[in-house]
Design a protein around this ligand. Structure first.
Ligand SMILES: Nc1ncnc2c1ncn2[C@@H]1O[C@H](COP(=O)(O)OP(=O)(O)O)[C@@H](O)[C@H]1O
Ligand SMILES: O=P(O)(O)OC[C@H]1O[C@@](CO)(OP(=O)(O)O)[C@@H](O)[C@@H]1O
Length: 710
């Protein structure tokens, strides 16, 4: 709606037939947002086949005591996202009809993708119903600002967003960035580098044409682009960085290959072993893209499997200190191995593992150049096979050397498409590191086609190939050569990611010798408040509670005696800390997130007292115990939300954990492992003096209960 004259103390609203717009209650109308000085807007998602939405506009004065002003004329009807009939102006009579305010009305409907629609509508429909019980609503949508929005503050916002652009603070040099492109030591030491490729190295050794740390590079790119560039090489300590104009992705050093730019200029492409976005090379590439309907392709969902695989590898890895793990990718070309390797590297680093990505394709290009035809990859080309195995071995040597130097998880990125090759790698790993194979399998032709197009556009292998079709032809031949000899993984520890690339569906098959480890859940020993039936509080243990604490310590000593290590987690309330105190020999960690549900104003009361003194609270809680939030306290939903980091940490633990916590908290934790639905959480049986053992094997979750005393 638009009206240049409206003053700030009348806020346009929408009200009508659906609960989201107040079910015809002006007091619960939905406020419109001020887009511009004179434009107010409200946008929301409705299913395409939604029942007709009846609504009207109304103006709500800031002062709640003043009545709303409802627009003149019949109810407006919204069907399929569009207004029925003519979009008439909205007329409001003010000051006893002496004045009429007129708004122009605009209506625009966009189709949002089924994914976005389903996500937003389902989430609203199912989970985020405004809480119907006493207490603060779980969410409130578009509540009109109650204070502090001075008159027209939004209107003063400059529309030209560039006006607000500030320089991005420069991040300190990141030694990881060089990782992907650092020129492999094994190739430099063996002098195996191609001579006519000009190399910037990481300062280990400088080929004649470039002196490490030189401030300029004279490179012979096809003769006619022999020009000086202001460039600094990137020394191993990455203290220096490349500064130059015209370079693409100058975040790392590596081989430079001239890149065809549309205006015929030569610039330099850096081979980091991973594709980096480049300008399309020829119209055919564009037409193919649009032909595949990728013209408007949004970014594809992240490789979900990579994170899942990392979680498995993270558990396989064992305690961070001494584990060495090689994650060896397996898969045909264009199955997203490198894409997955990059995500895996980033995620495992985030988990705290010293991780590095070794891309064998990069070794091959460095040693044999980036312009090898499909023949090089034929299974009846002995030189090709010899050369490919040699660079794979060189990469594996580098990885093992790196591990001896402190590296923990190496991501070995190559097709590794035969049992013979994988056997060679397992032999090299013996005594140096564990190996887990990560096979990416993609059966979706549209994804494969998309990957191939991107590969030819982005891969260093085709950086010199100006003709997209020729590149495509060659790559398809290369693919055929690999398909002829490809042997799926069936040996050792492995994870198969099957069609997981779209982030929807697909499956992860894990065959690895993950030693399952137990998680022991138990409430604290009986507390003085438990004896008196009082909730919350922070009381000490009763005599029975103290006896339980001793029995628990004996139990844990026996149950975990074969474990190298374990940890004891408690809340910050003394009834759990006192329960843990007799346990010896294991580190104890106090989590505030494990504190009992906060009963707010009811803390320390019995249920009888609550029922007598706050009947409406008691009534509300018994009606919806999941969503009910104690005044100035928490709901079970609040407890569940604050337990997410605990769950993530429990999933990552490789050693047993003993969780000593509280009734409500343990109901929520147990529901996660036992896969119980949300609505059951507040009523799950969680008796005192009982230990629930959860065994998290690869096949699923087993449970066992020990009742140590009544
Ligand atoms: N899940 C994905 N989402 C988006 N792009 C992807 C995905 N997987 C692969 N790609 C793109 O497809 C191309 C081929 O993937 P790549 O990882 O290089 O395959 P491989 O290493 O198996 O040969 C690359 O340009 C990559 O960016
Ligand atoms: O949600 P309900 O069933 O009230 O159970 C939670 C209550 O359990 C109690 C005991 O009544 O927990 P705990 O003793 O395990 O700390 C109270 O502190 C807590 O408010």
């Amino acid at each position: 709606m638009e009206n240049a004259r409206i003053s700030g103390d009348l806020v346009p609203h929408v009200f009508g037939s659906e609960p989201i717009i107040g079910s015809w209650d002006p007091a619960r109308a939905l406020a419109m947002e001020r887009e511009l000085a004179s434009m107010w807007q409200l946008s929301f998602v409705v299913p395409p086949d939604h029942e007709t939405l009846d609504f009207k506009f109304l103006l709500k004065p800031k002062d709640a005591a003043t009545p709303c002003i409802i627009e003149e004329g019949p109810t407006r009807l919204l069907t399929g996202g569009m207004l029925e009939g003519d979009v008439r102006v909205a007329l409001f009579k003010l000051n006893g009809d002496d004045e009429v305010l007129e708004f122009r009305v605009f209506n625009k409907a966009d189709i949002v993708s089924p994914l976005e629609l389903a996500a937003s509508w389902r989430v609203y429909k199912e989970n985020f119903q405004p809480s119907r019980v006493r207490g603060i609503p779980d969410i409130s949508i578009n509540v009109a600002p109650t204070h502090g929005t001075e008159e027209g503050s939004a209107a003063t916002l400059e529309l030209d967003l560039e006006h607000y652009v500030v320089p991005t603070p420069t991040a300190p040099p990141n030694e990881y960035a060089a990782n992907l492109a650092a020129t492999p030591a094994s190739l430099i030491q063996t002098g195996a580098l191609r001579t006519n490729d000009t190399l910037l190295n990481d300062g280990i050794q400088s080929p004649s044409s470039v002196s490490a740390g030189s401030s300029s590079l004279s490179a012979d790119f096809d003769g006619h682009s022999n020009h000086k560039k202001n460039i600094e090489t990137w020394a191993t300590d990455s203290s220096k960085k490349i500064q130059t104009s015209g370079l693409i992705e100058s975040k790392s050093v590596g081989t430079f290959t001239p890149l065809q730019k549309p205006d015929g200029q030569k610039s330099m492409f850096i081979d980091r072993g991973v594709g980096s976005p480049k300008l399309p090379k020829s119209t055919s590439a564009c037409s193919l893209a649009s032909g595949l309907g990728f013209g408007s392709a949004k970014t594809m969902p992240e490789a979900a499997g990579a994170v899942a695989a990392a979680a498995v590898a993270d558990r396989l890895q064992g305690s961070k200190e001494d584990g060495k793990l090689a994650i060896v990718l397996v898969g045909l070309p264009a199955r997203g191995k490198t894409f997955t390797a990059v995500k895996l590297t980033r995620y495992l680093r985030w988990l705290g593992h010293e991780t590095r990505h070794f891309n064998v394709g990069k070794y091959r290009r460095l040693k044999h150049g980036a312009n090898l035809s499909a023949d090089f990859f034929r299974d009846d080309n002995p030189e090709g096979i010899e050369a490919r195995n040699e660079v794979a071995a060189l990469a594996m040597e580098d990885m093992i050397d790196w591990m001896h130097g402190g590296g923990q998880v190496g991501i070995f990125d190559a097709t590794n498409s035969t049992r013979k090759r994988r056997c060679m790698l397992m032999k090299m790993a013996e005594g140096n590191c564990k190996i887990i194979f990560l096979e990416t399998i993609c059966n979706d032709p549209s994804i494969i086609e998309r990957n191939i197009r991107l590969k030819i556009q982005q891969s260093p292998d085709y950086a010199d190939q100006p003709d997209y079709e020729a590149g495509l032809q060659d790559f398809m031949e290369r693919l055929m050569n690999y398909e002829k000899v490809y042997e799926p993984v069936g040996e050792g520890s492995y994870i198969k990611m099957i069609d997981m690339v779209k982030g929807q569906g697909g499956q992860l098959q894990v065959n690895s010798h993950l030693t399952p480890r137990p998680i022991l859940l138990t409430r604290h020993g009986e507390s003085l408040h438990n004896v008196r039936g009082r909730v919350g509080g922070d009381t000490v243990l009763s005599e029975a509670g103290e006896l339980y604490a001793k029995k628990l310590a004996n139990f844990i000593e026996k149950r975990l005696k074969s474990e190298k290590t374990a940890t004891i987690w408690t809340s910050t309330l003394q009834r759990t800390i006192l329960t843990a105190s007799p346990i010896l020999g294991f580190p104890k960690i106090q989590w505030r997130a494990l504190d009992e549900i906060n009963s707010g104003v009811c803390d320390g009361m019995t249920y009888e007292e609550i029922k007598k003194t706050m009947p409406e609270e008691f009534e509300s809680r018994s009606k919806d115990k999941l969503r009910y939030r104690y005044p100035r306290g928490e709901s079970y939903l609040d407890v569940i939300q604050r337990l997410e980091p605990v769950i993530i940490e429990l999933e990552r633990q490789r050693a047993p954990v003993v969780v000593i916590s509280h009734q409500a908290v343990l109901r929520a934790l147990y529901a996660y492992f036992a896969d119980r639905p949300l609505r059951e959480v507040p009523d799950i049986e969680m008796p005192l003096h009982t230990i629930i053992e959860i065994q998290m094997g690869v096949t699923g979750v087993e449970e066992k209960r020990y009742k140590l005393m009544d």
